[in-house]
Design a binder for this molecule. Structure first.
Ligand SMILES: Nc1nc2c(c(=O)[nH]1)N[C@H]1C(S)=C(S)[C@@H](COP(=O)(O)O)O[C@H]1N2
Ligand SMILES: [Mo]
Length: 338
């Protein structure tokens, strides 16, 4: 695997410029300094440049979200936790093609054109096909799945997704026997995605799953949330949801899905090979090099809560990782059958 040094991604001069700029406008908080210093110089860019995850956003104590009253349309997950309110889900987003600023993505993505949209499925399959996104729900149906989303930065939400299991689409494509991984790619249209001009990252956003992970019934292609179509900021018109992995695996606004023989190198593996690995299963035992993963902030709650192994889905998915060294950061060591 080719590793890209952070020095190649972020030239020193650029880094210093950004620092002095931030200093000049007076927004260089202690936490930002910490994240920025570590994130760009010695190491790789971070998924969270603005604040360290154990510090509340902008130093402000978040307003607790009251427990919904009976009769509201907020469902709970299978652990009994309330879904995060829809306006929070739609206004706190990681979507780097628009901006690394989570609170700016909703605004910047308002005019994103998601109709017409085609999804190309190919690679090592017997039945390559290009689908109009409007046909997908007709072909594969739509169901609600209330899943936890745990971002690698240390926050989480509960989201009532609409969608269909990816295995339905894969069955239609008929993977060849050599297909061992699935590679996903986001749209990379510079006219629509302002931040893909950023040289800090290598575009398009790419993600991957091992084929058994992709075939797992929890793995969803999502077309909506809270009973309506996805907003652009949440990855319209179609995005992946893999609830037992860190949120960055759940790639948004997908245009291509390819069955491949080799492990795909993902966007974050390129951006920070020491920090983000292929498997990236939620694991409270393995710290990120710059922060703990043992706990998380459920958006809307004051107290941090313990992070669960495989984000609470261990019973369903842990068997897929038997024989792998899960204590290795990023779980890159491949032992066993793969
Ligand atoms: N194409 C693309 N997909 C992406 C991202 C991104 O920057 N670009 N961010 C990821 C990260 S880090 C997270 S936590 C989730 C956030 O999904 P949400 O905004 O719908 O909650 O999307 C993931 N999918
Ligand atoms: Mo994330």
């Amino acid at each position: 695997m080719q590793k890209i040094k952070s020095s190649e991604i972020t030239p020193e001069s650029r880094y210093l410029d950004r620092r002095s700029l931030l200093k000049a406008v007076g927004i260089f908080s202690a936490s930002a300094l910490l994240a920025a210093c570590r994130g760009t110089k010695a190491e790789a860019p971070t998924a969270e440049p603005a604040y360290a995850p154990w510090v509340p956003i902008s130093g402000v104590t978040p307003t607790p979200i009251p427990t919904p009253k009976a009769g509201t349309n907020r469902p709970t997950d299978e652990l009994g936790d309330w879904a995060t309110p829809v306006d929070v889900i739609e206004n706190y987003n990681n979507f780097y093609e628009f901006s690394p600023d989570k609170r700016a993505v909703a605004r910047l993505s308002q005019d994103f054109v998601t109709d017409p949209w085609s999804l190309q499925v190919g690679g090592l399959v017997h039945n390559p096909k290009t689908y109009g996104v409007e046909d997908l729900v007709k072909l594969f149906g739509e169901e609600e799945r209330v899943y936890r989303l745990r971002c690698v930065e240390g926050w989480s939400m509960v989201i009532p997704w609409l969608g269909f299991p990816l295995h339905k689409l894969l069955a239609d494509a008929e993977p060849k026997s050599e297909a061992a991984f699935v590679r996903f790619e986001t749209l990379s249209d510079p006219a629509q995605l302002p931040n893909i001009s950023s040289k800090l990252y290598e575009w398009p956003y790419v993600e991957g799953l091992r084929i058994d992970e992709a075939m797992h019934d929890l793995t969803l292609l999502s077309t909506g949330l809270y009973g309506k179509q996805l907003a652009p900021q949440n990855g319209a018109p179609i995005r992946l949801v893999v609830p037992w992995k860190y949120g960055f695996k759940s790639i948004k606004s997908i245009v291509r899905i390819d069955l491949v023989a080799e492990m795909p190198i993902s966007f974050w593996m390129k951006a920070g090979p020491k920090e983000y690995g292929f498997y990236s299963n939620v694991n409270p035992e393995v710290a990120h090099p710059r922060w703990t993963q043992s706990n998380e902030r459920r958006i809307g709650e004051l107290e941090r809560r313990a992070t669960l192994a495989f984000n609470g889905y261990a019973e369903q998915v842990a068997h897929m990782y038997i024989g792998m060294n899960l204590s290795e950061p990023n779980e890159r060591a491949e032992i066993g059958t793969w």
